[in-house]
Design a binder for this molecule. Structure first.
Ligand SMILES: Nc1ncnc2c1ncn2[C@@H]1O[C@H](COP(=O)(O)OP(=O)(O)OP(=O)(O)O)[C@@H](O)[C@H]1O
Length: 259
């Protein structure tokens, strides 16, 4: 296994905050793996993702180290793709879908306008948007929420990133669409050898998608291990309580769904 990135003693404090949002976190992320980060709201999942992607707000205090395996530090948008919970955040209502994609493509890759448009249509096809040639001329509001999230994924992968971060990317979608988008993320990462960091509060989705699961609690990573092991035989009492809460709220099929 090749190391994509290693975190050592990573701590983050937002400007003006009294407590750190991330405390002394260590993590090794390997090329091509799918890691789910789970934990309750406010535990630091998004902060971890933002720190890795270089998207922390100005003035944040970061201690510790982020080491990338080899090559230069990746650039967000090119080497790291980011999909947010709300696709509206990545889509400008005034720009056509084709314009969004061609701008990202031409910012990061040496493509002519014509080649960028052809590549944009291919990307829409890859994320299973019907009739890509027509979709290029349409605007975000002309698509369903699930389709907008597919377009946001197309934008995130346009420049061929090594790491894709999906931060609650399916949380705003209904269950059926959630499953479809999860399947799409898995297919894309497998086909392109991309590493996936998948942030969710849904343990069943984490079990469906991830090779490993990391559990966050109060700014710390309390447990990490193979998905099936974490779900079937959690070592930490906090993970057990998260699982118990999930089983109270959801179907009892969670363990059977782990890979
Ligand atoms: N921009 C910010 N400025 C100040 N504090 C912040 C900022 N963003 C997050 N925080 C705080 O940092 C802590 C961790 O937040 P974070 O968003 O990483 O948690 P999370 O686990 O992703 O939560 P959620 O599941 O609700 O998105 C929380 O206490 C939160 O209030």
């Amino acid at each position: 296994m090749t190391l994509l990135l290693g975190l050592t003693g990573l701590s983050v404090r937002y400007p003006g905050a009294r407590a750190p949002a991330l405390a002394e976190l260590g993590l090794a992320l390997f090329e091509g793996e799918k890691l789910a980060i789970i934990g309750e709201s406010g535990s630091g999942k998004s902060t971890l993702a933002r720190a890795i992607a270089g998207l922390l707000p100005p003035g944040s205090r970061v201690e510790g180290r982020i080491d990338w395996g080899d090559g230069p530090t990746p650039r967000p948008g090119r080497d790291i793709g980011y999909v947010f919970q709300d696709p509206g955040g990545s889509l400008n209502p005034l720009l056509s879908v084709g314009r969004h994609l061609t701008e990202v493509l031409r910012t990061h890759l040496p493509l002519t306008a014509r080649d960028a448009r052809a590549r944009a249509a291919e990307l829409l096809d890859t994320v299973q948007i019907p009739d890509p040639a027509r979709a290029l001329n349409a605007y975000p509001h002309q698509f369903s929420g699930g389709q907008r999230q597919r377009i946001a994924i197309a934008l995130a992968i346009a420049a061929g990133p090594r790491l894709l971060i999906a931060d609650e990317a399916t949380s705003a979608l209904d269950v059926l669409v959630q499953t479809e988008i999860t399947a799409l993320l898995r297919t894309l990462c497998d086909a392109k050898g991309m590493t996936l960091l998948f942030i969710t509060h849904d343990m069943a989705l984490a079990g469906q998608l991830a090779d490993r699961i990391a559990v966050m609690h109060a700014a710390r990573m309390v447990e990490i291990g193979p998905a099936a092991r974490v779900l079937q035989a959690p070592r930490e009492s906090y993970t057990r309580s998260l699982l118990a809460a999930h089983l109270d709220l959801a179907s009892p099929r969670l363990v059977g769904e782990a890979r």
